[in-house]
Ligand binder design. Sequence first.
Ligand code: SF4
Ligand code: SF4
Length: 181
Amino acid sequence: MKQWFLDLWEGFYTVLVGMKITWRHLFNQNVTLQYPEVRWPLPPKSRMRLFMKYEDCIGCGQCVRACPVQCIHVKADKRDAKAAPIYASNGQVIKLDVKVFDIDMSLCCYCNLCTYPCPTDCIYMTPEYEFASTDLSSHLYHFAKPSATFLTTKPGAPAAAAPPATPTAPPATPAAPAAKA
Ligand code: SF4
Ligand code: SF4
Protein backbone atom coordinates (compact mmCIF):
# COMPACT_ATOMS: atom_id res chain seq x y z
CA MET A 1 0.00 0.00 0.00
CA LYS A 2 2.82 2.38 0.87
CA GLN A 3 4.52 1.63 -2.45
CA TRP A 4 1.26 2.40 -4.28
CA PHE A 5 1.15 5.90 -2.73
CA LEU A 6 4.84 6.42 -3.51
CA ASP A 7 4.28 5.53 -7.18
CA LEU A 8 1.24 7.81 -7.33
CA TRP A 9 3.21 10.74 -5.91
CA GLU A 10 6.13 10.07 -8.25
CA GLY A 11 3.81 10.10 -11.26
CA PHE A 12 2.15 13.32 -10.13
CA TYR A 13 5.51 14.98 -9.38
CA THR A 14 6.88 14.01 -12.80
CA VAL A 15 3.90 15.71 -14.48
CA LEU A 16 4.48 18.85 -12.39
CA VAL A 17 8.15 18.97 -13.42
CA GLY A 18 7.22 18.36 -17.07
CA MET A 19 4.67 21.16 -17.00
CA LYS A 20 7.04 23.66 -15.32
CA ILE A 21 8.16 25.34 -18.57
CA THR A 22 4.60 25.30 -19.94
CA TRP A 23 3.27 27.04 -16.82
CA ARG A 24 6.08 29.60 -16.91
CA HIS A 25 5.36 30.55 -20.54
CA LEU A 26 1.63 30.92 -19.85
CA PHE A 27 2.41 34.16 -18.02
CA ASN A 28 5.24 35.49 -20.26
CA GLN A 29 4.80 37.86 -23.19
CA ASN A 30 4.53 36.14 -26.60
CA VAL A 31 7.57 36.36 -28.84
CA THR A 32 6.00 34.77 -31.92
CA LEU A 33 3.63 36.36 -34.44
CA GLN A 34 0.53 34.81 -35.98
CA TYR A 35 1.92 35.16 -39.52
CA PRO A 36 0.45 35.89 -42.07
CA GLU A 37 -2.35 37.61 -40.13
CA VAL A 38 0.25 39.63 -38.21
CA ARG A 39 3.55 40.85 -39.64
CA TRP A 40 6.66 42.43 -38.22
CA PRO A 41 7.12 46.07 -39.23
CA LEU A 42 9.97 46.14 -41.73
CA PRO A 43 13.11 48.05 -40.79
CA PRO A 44 13.87 51.13 -42.91
CA LYS A 45 15.93 50.45 -46.06
CA SER A 46 14.96 46.78 -46.07
CA ARG A 47 16.05 45.03 -49.27
CA MET A 48 13.26 43.13 -50.97
CA ARG A 49 11.99 42.71 -54.51
CA LEU A 50 13.44 45.13 -57.07
CA PHE A 51 11.29 47.33 -59.26
CA MET A 52 12.25 49.39 -62.29
CA LYS A 53 10.08 52.25 -63.53
CA TYR A 54 10.50 51.76 -67.24
CA GLU A 55 9.28 55.24 -68.22
CA ASP A 56 12.25 56.80 -66.40
CA CYS A 57 14.99 54.46 -67.60
CA ILE A 58 17.51 56.09 -69.95
CA GLY A 59 19.18 52.77 -70.78
CA CYS A 60 22.61 53.82 -69.51
CA GLY A 61 23.42 50.35 -68.18
CA GLN A 62 25.05 51.56 -64.96
CA CYS A 63 22.90 49.18 -62.92
CA VAL A 64 24.12 46.29 -65.10
CA ARG A 65 27.76 47.19 -64.51
CA ALA A 66 27.19 47.53 -60.74
CA CYS A 67 25.52 44.13 -60.35
CA PRO A 68 27.98 41.57 -58.95
CA VAL A 69 26.01 38.55 -60.17
CA GLN A 70 24.98 39.81 -63.64
CA CYS A 71 21.29 39.26 -63.10
CA ILE A 72 20.21 42.44 -64.93
CA HIS A 73 19.99 42.24 -68.71
CA VAL A 74 19.47 45.41 -70.76
CA LYS A 75 19.30 45.84 -74.51
CA ALA A 76 18.98 49.36 -75.88
CA ASP A 77 19.29 51.00 -79.30
CA LYS A 78 19.77 54.62 -80.25
CA ARG A 79 16.52 56.47 -80.79
CA ASP A 80 15.86 57.98 -84.17
CA ALA A 81 17.53 61.41 -84.25
CA LYS A 82 14.42 62.91 -85.84
CA ALA A 83 12.04 61.48 -83.22
CA ALA A 84 10.42 63.91 -80.77
CA PRO A 85 12.43 64.14 -77.54
CA ILE A 86 11.24 62.22 -74.50
CA TYR A 87 12.23 62.73 -70.89
CA ALA A 88 12.58 60.89 -67.62
CA SER A 89 10.70 62.41 -64.70
CA ASN A 90 13.89 64.08 -63.39
CA GLY A 91 14.27 65.94 -66.70
CA GLN A 92 16.98 63.75 -68.31
CA VAL A 93 16.58 63.27 -72.04
CA ILE A 94 16.01 59.64 -73.01
CA LYS A 95 18.28 59.04 -76.00
CA LEU A 96 18.07 55.26 -76.05
CA ASP A 97 15.19 52.98 -76.83
CA VAL A 98 15.27 50.29 -74.10
CA LYS A 99 14.06 47.15 -75.84
CA VAL A 100 14.81 44.67 -73.04
CA PHE A 101 15.14 45.20 -69.32
CA ASP A 102 15.06 41.94 -67.38
CA ILE A 103 15.97 41.19 -63.78
CA ASP A 104 16.35 37.59 -62.66
CA MET A 105 15.44 37.80 -58.97
CA SER A 106 16.32 34.11 -58.49
CA LEU A 107 19.98 35.12 -58.94
CA CYS A 108 19.80 38.46 -57.13
CA CYS A 109 21.68 38.62 -53.82
CA TYR A 110 19.80 41.76 -52.67
CA CYS A 111 23.00 43.77 -52.32
CA ASN A 112 21.20 46.92 -53.58
CA LEU A 113 24.31 48.00 -55.54
CA CYS A 114 22.32 48.48 -58.74
CA THR A 115 20.19 51.26 -57.24
CA TYR A 116 23.01 53.65 -56.28
CA PRO A 117 24.42 54.62 -59.69
CA CYS A 118 21.03 54.99 -61.42
CA PRO A 119 20.92 58.59 -62.67
CA THR A 120 17.13 58.73 -62.64
CA ASP A 121 16.46 56.68 -59.48
CA CYS A 122 14.14 54.46 -61.47
CA ILE A 123 15.41 51.16 -60.06
CA TYR A 124 14.71 50.57 -56.40
CA MET A 125 13.83 48.01 -53.74
CA THR A 126 10.16 47.63 -52.85
CA PRO A 127 8.75 46.41 -49.51
CA GLU A 128 7.49 43.27 -51.27
CA TYR A 129 9.08 40.09 -49.88
CA GLU A 130 6.35 37.46 -50.19
CA PHE A 131 7.09 36.14 -53.64
CA ALA A 132 8.53 32.72 -52.88
CA SER A 133 7.86 30.19 -55.61
CA THR A 134 8.90 26.69 -56.59
CA ASP A 135 9.13 27.82 -60.21
CA LEU A 136 12.39 29.77 -60.59
CA SER A 137 11.38 31.06 -64.00
CA SER A 138 8.61 33.07 -62.32
CA HIS A 139 11.36 35.23 -60.79
CA LEU A 140 12.49 36.53 -64.15
CA TYR A 141 10.87 39.95 -64.44
CA HIS A 142 10.50 41.78 -67.74
CA PHE A 143 10.21 45.51 -67.26
CA ALA A 144 10.37 46.75 -70.86
CA LYS A 145 6.94 47.93 -71.99
CA PRO A 146 6.43 48.48 -75.72
CA SER A 147 3.25 50.46 -74.97
CA ALA A 148 4.84 52.80 -72.40
CA THR A 149 3.92 56.47 -72.47
CA PHE A 150 6.87 58.84 -71.97
CA LEU A 151 6.98 62.51 -71.02
CA THR A 152 7.23 64.63 -74.15
CA THR A 153 7.85 67.91 -72.31
CA LYS A 154 10.76 68.45 -69.98
CA PRO A 155 9.50 68.38 -66.37
CA GLY A 156 9.90 71.75 -64.70
CA ALA A 157 10.34 73.62 -68.01
CA PRO A 158 8.17 76.76 -68.33
CA ALA A 159 4.98 76.00 -70.20
CA ALA A 160 4.93 77.12 -73.84
CA ALA A 161 3.05 80.38 -74.43
CA ALA A 162 -0.57 79.70 -75.27
CA PRO A 163 -1.60 80.64 -78.83
CA PRO A 164 -3.81 83.73 -79.12
CA ALA A 165 -7.43 82.90 -78.48
CA THR A 166 -9.51 82.50 -81.63
CA PRO A 167 -13.02 83.93 -81.60
CA THR A 168 -15.41 81.23 -80.56
CA ALA A 169 -18.29 80.27 -82.79
CA PRO A 170 -21.78 81.06 -81.48
CA PRO A 171 -23.38 78.09 -79.73
CA ALA A 172 -25.24 75.81 -82.10
CA THR A 173 -28.99 76.05 -81.92
CA PRO A 174 -30.68 72.81 -80.83
CA ALA A 175 -31.97 70.74 -83.75
CA ALA A 176 -35.69 70.96 -84.32
CA PRO A 177 -37.63 67.80 -83.56
CA ALA A 178 -38.41 65.69 -86.62
CA ALA A 179 -41.75 66.49 -88.17
CA LYS A 180 -44.45 63.88 -87.76
CA ALA A 181 -45.75 62.32 -90.95
S1 SF4 B 1 20.40 43.95 -55.75
FE1 SF4 B 1 22.54 43.39 -56.22
S2 SF4 B 1 22.40 41.34 -57.08
FE2 SF4 B 1 20.33 42.18 -57.11
S3 SF4 B 1 20.12 43.06 -59.15
FE3 SF4 B 1 20.84 44.71 -57.80
S4 SF4 B 1 23.07 44.68 -57.97
FE4 SF4 B 1 22.32 42.74 -58.80
S1 SF4 C 1 20.94 52.68 -64.14
FE1 SF4 C 1 18.81 53.32 -64.10
S2 SF4 C 1 18.56 54.49 -66.00
FE2 SF4 C 1 20.47 53.32 -66.22
S3 SF4 C 1 19.81 51.41 -67.26
FE3 SF4 C 1 19.76 51.02 -65.04
S4 SF4 C 1 17.63 51.44 -64.45
FE4 SF4 C 1 17.97 52.38 -66.45
